[in-house]
Design a protein around this ligand. Structure first.
Ligand SMILES: [Zn+2]
Length: 136
């Protein structure tokens, strides 16, 4: 308790994304194409499981890559655990901007690449390493 609580809350060994959130991500990515969309991920960590609960949009959610990244260089709001954004190309590899952003903004990040299907969504940790998640 107390002084270490902040760190303990960040520990998790499993990530679960509800199917409806995955479907929302796919739908928005398709609607935004050929622009990128970006949103923050809301979620909670409980019993070592990070459960994503929904998306949080900020103004100007579709734009070019740099503008979106600049917009999101702001403090995390309560309950946000990471981010999701789309790549209009068939590669979910994070750019150098993405990696910098991941390191500053939360615990878990998703990139959905064209053609915007479940299999083209890749999860990353704060270091930009691929991290597995379950859809439930
Ligand atoms: Zn990117």
């Amino acid at each position: 308790m107390g002084i270490f609580l902040g760190n303990q809350k960040k520990r998790f060994h499993e990530i679960i994304i509800p199917r409806e959130v995955v479907e929302e991500i796919i739908q928005i990515a398709r609607q935004s194409h050929p622009l990128e969309f970006m949103a923050m991920l809301e979620g909670k960590i409980s019993d070592g499981i990070l459960r994503i609960e929904g998306l949080v949009f900020l103004p100007g959610e579709t734009s070019n890559h740099s503008a979106v990244m600049n917009l999101f260089m702001m403090p995390m709001t309560t309950g946000t655990v990471g981010s999701v954004h789309s790549h209009p190309i068939p590669s979910a590899t994070p750019s150098s901007e993405d990696l910098y952003f991941f390191s500053k903004n939360g615990l878990f990040h998703l990139i959905i690449a064209s053609p915007y299907i479940e299999e083209s969504i890749v999860g990353y940790d704060t270091f930009g390493d691929v991290i597995n998640y379950k859809i439930d």
